[in-house]
Design a protein around this ligand. Structure first.
Ligand SMILES: NC(=O)c1ccc[n+]([C@@H]2O[C@H](COP(=O)([O-])OP(=O)(O)OC[C@H]3O[C@@H](n4cnc5c(N)ncnc54)[C@H](OP(=O)(O)O)[C@@H]3O)[C@@H](O)[C@H]2O)c1
Length: 255
């Protein structure tokens, strides 16, 4: 498949590397034009392009840039892309911690619906609920007992099926997380978020999410992570996520 990837950081870069290794024709772009991604593209056997080159003629586009940067993509970027081509959104919103506040999302708009609104077309939300370390290092063959899962939300069954194939190819179990409007269930600080769950655990965690809880937990995340200290390992981070994201929202438990 021809896969255009916009954003070559922790998540986009890892996906580009793995999808290229899986035999796909991968094009990569960041905000700096083809020269800005030339070295990385050469390293992984991909084609360096600008953001328009990542979209043109693609069978799948993966958007893996900071949440607020979505609003700054060139006007009409996706206008000529057939509606059947999945555009995958990996983003997460961290107001205060990393991102400027976006009033509509703070008021409760589902993050990927906001992204869809910015780019003028529906998206498939995937790869947002897995840590970059896990994506890079914890892939497993199909059927392995310790294979982790990736939640996939969206409104187009065919597009979700295409993304599921890619998830599977790079070593993870795809789990259908329902419609895009339901994708609040996989946003930061939900039970399914960055906890290294397998497929069954992922389904249970999606079902366990409670409306309105996650943003309140997310906003206190910095305090909890500060307690882990600078030497925190991947295991420490996953353990903390499993604890915080799955406990009931009670102020005394969050202090
Ligand atoms: N890190 C994680 O563990 C993790 C896990 C799941 C989901 N996510 C989410 O996935 C997204 C990407 O995360 P990340 O950790 O990979 O971020 P990152 O390492 O900071 O990489 C972001 C990439 O986006 C590019 N970029 C920024 N603005 C752009 C623009 N306007 N046009 C084109 N490219 C642009 C950056 O390149 P230049 O700035 O050089 O152009 C860079 O290549 C974020 O929304 C994040 O919340 C992250």
């Amino acid at each position: 498949m021809k896969i255009g990837i916009i954003g070559t950081g922790n998540i986009g870069g890892t996906l580009a590397r793995k999808l290229s290794a899986a035999g796909h024709e991968v094009r990569v772009a960041n905000s700096k034009g083809p020269e800005g991604v030339q070295a990385f593209a050469n390293e992984i056997g991909a084609l360096p392009v600008d953001v328009r080159g990542a979209v043109e003629g693609a069978d799948v586009v993966i958007l893996s840039i900071p949440f607020p940067a979505v609003a700054k993509l060139p006007e009409g970027l996706f206008d000529n892309l057939p509606a059947s081509v999945p555009v995958v959104d990996t983003s997460n919103y961290y107001p205060g911690l990393r991102d400027p506040r976006i009033p509509d999302v703070d008021a409760g708009q589902v993050e990927s619906l906001w992204v869809a609104e910015q780019i003028g077309r529906p998206v498939i939300k995937a790869f947002n609920n897995i840590l970059a370390y896990s994506l890079a290092n914890l892939d497993r063959p199909l059927g392995a007992s310790d294979r982790l899962a990736v939640a996939i939300a969206g409104d187009d069954a065919r597009a979700k099926a295409i993304v599921s194939v890619l998830v599977n190819e790079i070593g993870f179990d795809p789990v259908d997380a329902g419609a895009l409007a339901e994708s609040w269930r996989q946003q930061p600080s939900t039970p399914v978020y960055c906890c290294d769950w397998n497929a069954d655990e992922t389904r249970e965690a999606l079902a366990a999410a409670k409306p309105g809880e996650a943003p309140r937990k997310r906003d206190r995340l910095a305090e909890h992570f500060a307690k882990l200290g600078p030497g925190a390992t991947h295991t420490d981070i996953v353990r903390l996520n499993r604890t915080l994201n799955n406990q009931p929202l009670q102020e005394e438990q969050l202090t």
